[in-house]
Design a protein around this ligand. Structure first.
Ligand SMILES: CC(C)(COP(=O)(O)OP(=O)(O)OC[C@H]1O[C@@H](n2cnc3c(N)ncnc32)[C@H](O)[C@@H]1OP(=O)(O)O)[C@@H](O)C(=O)NCCC(=O)NCCS
Length: 145
């Protein structure tokens, strides 16, 4: 059985580490604001096993003038489960959560390799690429309500 539910920040770390910080320490998987009351985390489970995670932060990017902005971070599906539609389900869950929080803009820093994935869900690139040290080339992507 596949299902998505809200999880704690701690429950995201192993999937973040395996997918986003491979070979790096668990501390590299802790994000500022992970435990803020305005932050939410979702996990996608197959039976009892967590196989994907996504987090939503109330965070403002100066690129946008809107006041109610939410940032998606830590989007990750375990490698063996990629390409089966689970990432899309998690992204949709995160997006719907943002709209219920009255988001005007949803934005994130997308890895170059994931840009096409986000475009399929109608997110658009804004501006030029930039480098995040130790992680790689990224683009800001967004969707407005
Ligand atoms: C990016 C990621 C979250 C996508 O999750 P996923 O479960 O593999 O993706 P899905 O199976 O839901 O894909 C949905 C659609 O996007 C496409 N897609 C997925 N990843 C893609 C990619 N990297 N490039 C191009 N298209 C991609 C799929 O083919 C599918 O298209 P379809 O509906 O036409 O078949 C996942 O591959 C992942 O964790 N990657 C490594 C970590 C990462 O890059 N995270 C994002 C950081 S910004």
């Amino acid at each position: 059985m596949i299902y998505i539910k809200k999880i704690s920040s701690a429950e995201t770390y192993l999937v973040r580490q395996e997918v986003l910080r491979k070979g790096k320490s668990i501390e590299t998987c802790y994000f500022d604001g992970d435990d803020d009351v305005t932050t939410a985390h979702f996990g996608l489970f197959q039976d009892e096993r967590i196989i994907g995670v996504v987090s939503i932060f109330k965070a403002t990017a100066t690129l946008f003038t809107e006041s109610d902005q939410f940032q998606i971070r830590g989007m990750a599906v375990l490698e063996e489960f990629q390409g089966k539609g689970f990432g899309e389900r998690l992204l949709k869950e995160a997006e719907e959560y943002c709209w219920t929080q009255h988001a005007k803009v949803i934005w994130f820093n997308a890895r170059e390799s994931a840009v096409a994935f986000y475009k399929k869900s109608n997110y658009k690139i804004l501006g030029d690429s930039f480098n995040i040290p130790d992680v790689g080339i990224h683009f800001v992507m967004h969707k407005k309500d």
